[in-house]
Design a protein around this ligand. Structure first.
Ligand SMILES: NC(=O)c1ccc[n+]([C@@H]2O[C@H](COP(=O)([O-])OP(=O)(O)OC[C@H]3O[C@@H](n4cnc5c(N)ncnc54)[C@H](OP(=O)(O)O)[C@@H]3O)[C@@H](O)[C@H]2O)c1
Length: 352
């Protein structure tokens, strides 16, 4: 892209990710000339004391824009499906947070610490991977480059903010009811009521004081779409479909930051100490791993941070080349907004 000192940027969507996008652009001092913010309706919003004018999105919203950072919902009525091609027509580079374009051949799927140069092959649209994939791939790529990973089993503990603003509201409201000693209409209130209530919920069941082993829709072999994303997107980012990956994705009553227990099997032997050393030197990773001092990453400490945190690095007691990692990262930051802003930074030569 043509080098400029400042760029025109459009942010689409002002939900959980959109607001974080505005915050991250500011924190990273992204060189912005004109900033436009769009959603389904016009309004004024305030983020960290800064007022933003939000305009109703329309086809020519992207005139003069260099970047269009999409943080709208997915699917047919979602912002990216409806407007990404319009933005591209106006010459803006689209960086999309949703799943609509991720697996398309002509759309690079990029985690800058891992495969930044793929972004250069864009044809107008670049996709951000799913939040659970981004933090896993950031943590495992340096191990893969050193010891070649052949197997991954991942179990996720995903925060409610990962399903957007309405899921966060559900967690707050249900928790409030529970703490007041009131019954939350849930699976426990009888199958009929549960079925009726389920349609109104952002998440597929009660989340307060509960965990839900169900993110996305159920598909092949009984895995959910979220679980398949971790397989397919990891293969696309690492340019290999040789790694055998299976995942179980679980929603937990945490406000923000996803945690993942990741089991790896490598072709070459690598010790936990070597893994710690490699990850300490890797970009975008913070190793917090000292069990003697009870040091390990947790969602309450990683929220608001750009990095991926890794701890509990240990060998499998029975499998020689088997390792476990505990990986925690802010799903709205590195899992969405930070990753998108870093892709834009890479394209303007600011991400080193
Ligand atoms: N939450 C996460 O941790 C996370 C992580 C990675 C990726 N993502 C992806 O990021 C995207 C945004 O997620 P979110 O959690 O921020 O969702 P959200 O909280 O539900 O917010 C969605 C935003 O998109 C806007 N929007 C929806 N359809 C639109 C359209 N047709 N035109 C313009 N704006 C539209 C909404 O506008 P109104 O405000 O006017 O309703 C709202 O501001 C999704 O694709 C999601 O899958 C989310």
């Amino acid at each position: 892209m043509k080098k400029k000192s400042r760029y025109n940027v459009a942010v689409v969507g002002v939900g959980a990710v959109g607001v974080e996008m505005l915050r991250t652009l500011k924190e990273h001092k992204f060189p912005i000339d004109k900033l436009r913010v769009f959603a389904r309706s016009k309004r004024k919003i305030e983020v960290d004391g800064i007022k933003y004018q939000v305009d109703e999105i329309c086809a020519d919203a992207f005139r003069d824009m260099d970047f269009a950072l999409f943080a709208g919902t997915e699917g047919e009525k979602g912002a990216a499906v409806m407007y990404a091609r319009e933005a591209k027509k106006y010459g803006a580079i689209v960086i999309d947070n949703g799943a609509d374009f991720r697996m398309k051949k002509d759309v690079p799927l990029v985690v800058p610490e891992v495969n930044a140069s793929d972004a250069r092959r864009h044809q107008g649209i670049i996709a951000n991977p799913n939040c659970s994939t981004i933090q896993m791939v950031t943590a495992i790529a340096p191990i893969h480059w050193k010891a070649k990973i052949k197997r991954i089993i991942a179990v996720t503990y995903q925060a409610s903010s990962g399903a957007g603003r309405s899921a966060l509201n559900q967690l707050w409201q249900e928790s409030e009811q529970m703490l007041k000693g009131r019954d939350v209409i849930s699976a426990f209130a009888g199958p009929e009521l549960y079925k009726k209530r389920r349609n109104d919920l952002a998440l597929p069941a009660q989340i307060a004081f509960n965990v839900i082993p169900h993110i996305g829709g159920f598909g092949e072999f009984g895995y959910t779409s979220e679980e398949w994303k971790m397989v397919e997107e990891t293969h696309k980012i690492l340019h290999t479909n040789k790694i055998k990956i299976s995942a179980t994705c679980v929603r937990v009553p945490v406000l923000n930051s996803h945690a993942e227990a990741i089991y790896l099997e490598t072709q070459k032997h690598i010790s936990p100490d070597q893994v710690r050393k490699i990850l300490r030197q890797a970009k975008g990773i913070i190793v917090k791993d000292d069990v003697s001092g009870c040091v390990y990453p947790m969602p309450i400490e990683t929220s608001g941070r750009d990095e991926v945190f890794v701890g509990r690095i240990r060998k499998d007691p029975f499998i020689r080349n088997g390792l476990w990692l505990w990986v925690v990262s802010d799903n709205l930051k590195k899992g969405a907004a930070t990753n998108a802003v870093q892709i834009a930074e890479y394209l303007i030569g600011k991400f080193k």
